[in-house]
Ligand binder design. Structure first.
Ligand code: BES
Ligand code: MN
Ligand code: MN
Length: 452
């Protein structure tokens, strides 16, 4: 029945999603402020159309949050669906093979910014809800909370959650904003890394100088910043910030063995990224390096002259954005402090440094012995024919730990993307198959969750 409904409405589902994808809701770019709001308004309308009772656009100090609910029977369990309608900037635009906000289908994949992260996955939930309403199959109460600031750190969502604990009362949080291993091997994410995101500024002389007249005698902030960044990894790719690993939870040999059973093809991995070799912390496999180990990466670096041709200049300033992915039991605030102290101590007297924390979030591990996890597992088994494998993803969704802290609720991370979907990259895409099977799996989740 549900299959039939999805099949006969498939084209409309896609048309509606495409309309959402055409709205460039880039939360990081203030020029898109109105577009972000338009995306929120569109979702308000679509939630109402799907059958939600109370639907509101909730104002925050930043971009609005979309809230909607359908309470059918207070004695039934309540599912709180979280997702985000904001997207990453599309640059570098010239590397897209089709315009990022004009969705097209190629080889069964929808190409557009946000197709996978996270508009496509949010829309599966709205259409699953619509289907259950139309078929009179909704077996749980449902609340939707869809935010517009996930890609910029969810700053105002924390306040919203703290101020609306009653409204958000539920039994479980359900999120589709992660990935599966492959269409043949579905998986459920059970761990996410945390994040500390820093910006650093290194200042040398009070103005850009002629690099011939002064070069050799005055500290060059770009040279120095590069050395400082490079020194933060040793020859084993260990991070050299004192105390950085102190709180890291080491997994047991048995746990590590278990997680390494997940299918992983090194050659395909390298081929897909066009790299000849991998690089990472000594003593750990690739799955461990992205799943259970913390990292430090420079995300951007600038300063001096980067325009056309040559300009002989010894720059006054150099900047970098540096992110650290955290694992249990590291803490964003503590790591931010350790980084700041260490970075300041690395600077020679010839320069001044300034360190700013941009945003962060805590790591999260979700239970595998809960009724909700069981329901998600049964749903995958029913729709995909295979029992899903629990995996730890390397990305971050800071709200997961906040939900646990503020609402005391566990999350089920039932995402349907693929690592190769190019989220945050040019040519982001999402499989129509993933989209449709995702809808079916979500419907099945409600059924199994209410049945127990
Ligand atoms: N959906 C991603 C996180 C993700 C992707 C988790 C794939 C697992 C697998 C999310 O939208 C995201 O990009 N989060 C940011 C963090 C945020 C604070 C900017 C991230 O991980 O960089
Ligand atoms: Mn996302
Ligand atoms: Mn993202």
């Amino acid at each position: 029945m549900i299959n039939e409904y999805i099949q006969s409405n498939q084209q409309r589902f896609l048309d509606e999603l495409f309309e959402l994808l055409r709205i460039p809701s880039v939360s990081a770019d203030s020029r898109h402020k109105d577009d972000v709001r338009h995306a929120a308004e569109y979702l308000v309308k679509k939630l109402k159309d799907a059958g939600a009772d109370t639907v509101e656009l909730c104002e925050t100090a930043g971009h609005p949050i979309v809230y909607g609910e359908k309470i059918i029977d207070t004695s039934l369990p309540t599912i709180l669906v979280y997702g985000h309608y904001d997207v990453q900037p599309a640059d570098p635009i010239n590397l897209w093979t089709s315009p990022p906000f004009e969705p097209v289908v190629k080889d069964g994949d929808i190409y557009a910014r946000g197709s996978c992260d996270d508009k496509g996955q949010v829309y599966m939930h709205i259409k699953a809800f619509e289907a259950m309403m139309k078929l009179n199959q909704l077996s749980c109460n449902v609340k939707f909370m869809i935010e517009g600031e996930e890609e910029v750190g969810s700053d105002n969502l924390g306040t919203f959650v703290k101020e609306n604990k009653n409204k958000l009362k539920a039994d479980v949080i359900l999120i589709s904003d992660t990935s599966i291993i492959s269409l043949d091997t579905p998986s459920i994410t059970v761990g996410l890394r945390g994040l500390s995101y820093m910006e650093v500024e290194v200042t040398g002389p009070n103005r850009d100088l002629h690099s011939g007249v002064y070069g050799g005698a005055v500290a060059n902030p770009i040279n120095i910043l590069s050395m400082m960044i490079a020194s933060m990894h040793d020859e084993n790719e260990h991070i050299t910030i004192p105390g950085f690993y102190d709180k890291v939870t080491e997994l047991s040999a048995a746990e590590r063995e278990e997680m390494n059973k997940a299918p992983f093809n090194l050659d395909e991995y390298k081929k897909e990224l066009d790299i000849a070799d991998l690089c990472g912390e000594k003593g750990y496999t690739t799955l461990e390096r992205t799943g259970i180990r913390p990292t430090l990466d420079c995300n951007g670096i600038w300063g001096g002259y980067a325009g056309e041709g040559a300009k002989t200049v010894l720059p006054s300033k150099a900047f970098a954005k540096i992110s650290m992915r955290l694992v249990p039991n590291q803490n964003n605030r503590e790591i931010t402090e350790l980084f700041t102290k260490h970075f300041e101590s690395l600077a020679p007297k010839s320069v001044k440094v300034k360190v700013t924390a941009l945003h962060g979030g805590e790591p999260a591990v979700t239970p595998t012995d809960s009724r909700a996890f069981e329901a998600a597992s049964s749903a995958f088994k029913e729709v995909w024919g295979t029992t899903p494998i629990p995996t730890r993803d390397g990305g971050s969704i800071p709200i997961v730990s906040l939900f646990k802290k503020e609402l005391r609720l566990d999350t089920v991370l039932m995402g349907f993307g693929l690592d190769s979907d190019a989220i945050h990259s040019p040519n982001e895409h999402y499989g129509i198959k993933n989209f449709l099977m995702g809808i079916e799996t979500i419907v099945s989740f409600y059924k199994h969750y209410s049945a127990k």
